[in-house]
Design a binder for this molecule. Structure first.
Ligand SMILES: Nc1ncnc2c1ncn2[C@@H]1O[C@H](COP(=O)(O)OP(=O)(O)OP(=O)(O)O)[C@@H](O)[C@H]1O
Length: 261
């Protein structure tokens, strides 16, 4: 499956947020979208999801214009994984994930054995079957994020859009989530995610897309797209790129050049 964004421009009233944005991505790819706060990452996601109308340009999935697709058709193509927030009602993990099967059913269908099986299949895939009967609100941030990913997976779409999936997670959970996300791309999903951590992009992305001043200023494989100059351009911070030797091989990291007083 191929997602293509062609000359996409979008304004909130008179405020131009996206200006002639172009990129494409395929299944089996983990694409990391980088950009400072307010660069337009969420706006781009909302256009792709069909939540914002009135954009100029085209968003195509396998060549078909998304503008002509119903909400249900879009839900079968793209799943959205928001940041893990506390819910109003404390549904169990099983119930929360089951809600993701809605787009698969017609209006008068209620979930049965088949949907139950799909839920357990995805909980198993993410290694969280043991959480099935726990209240979602009582989970840790990392566990909640995995539940939201499971809920998106039962939707059975090939494209997963994740808005900062590692926000608010501790250091270990950030890497555990990113490893699972990368594995999903390797298993055949197209994962498009935003992150404020360029190292996640260096380590896990197949493609990096950088948004700045309403435009895409760079896209490509992380090693080509991200260097110290680009990091300074995006975030205004001077860094050095170091290749660190680890027991699993060389790992690239950005090290900030701080002027200690
Ligand atoms: N509903 C809205 N009405 C008007 N302006 C908006 C609206 N939503 C976002 N904006 C503006 O559009 C710009 C892009 O916002 P957006 O949320 O897409 O950025 P972002 O890159 O996701 O930011 P962050 O990294 O902080 O989450 C910002 O200047 C923001 O203030």
């Amino acid at each position: 499956m191929k997602l293509t964004v062609n000359d996409l421009s979008f304004s909130y009233k008179t405020h131009r947020t996206l200006d002639r944005v172009n990129f494409s991505a395929d299944t089996n790819q983990c694409v990391c979208l980088l950009g400072e706060n307010g660069a337009g990452k969420t706006t781009l996601f909302r256009c792709i999801l069909g939540l914002l109308g009135g954009y100029k340009g085209e968003i195509l999935i396998d060549g078909a214009d998304c503008r002509h697709k119903s909400v249900k058709e879009m839900a079968r193509l793209i799943s959205y994984i928001p940041q893990a927030n506390l819910p109003t009602f404390n549904y169990t993990v099983f119930q929360t994930v089951l809600m993701g099967t809605n787009p698969l059913m017609d209006n008068f269908h209620t979930p049965g054995d088949k949907e139950r099986e799909i839920v357990f299949e995805k909980l198993d895939l993410l290694g969280i079957t043991h959480l099935a009967e726990r209240g979602y609100a009582n989970l840790s941030g990392g566990e909640r994020q995995l539940v939201l990913i499971a809920r998106a997976l039962v939707q059975d779409s090939d494209i997963l859009i994740m808005d900062e999936p590692t926000a608010n997670l501790d250091y270990g959970n950030q890497y555990r989530i990113m490893e699972k996300v990368k594995k999903l791309a390797d298993q055949g999903y197209l994962v498009l995610l935003s992150t404020h951590n360029p190292e996640h992009a260096l380590l896990f992305a197949d493609q990096v897309v950088v948004l700045k001043d309403n435009h895409i200023i760079k896209s490509g494989p992380p090693k080509d797209a991200l260097d110290p100059e680009m990091i300074q351009n995006i975030y205004g911070v001077k860094v050095e790129l170091k290749n660190i030797s680890t027991e699993n091989g060389m790992v690239p990291v950005f090290v900030p050049c701080l002027e200690w007083e």
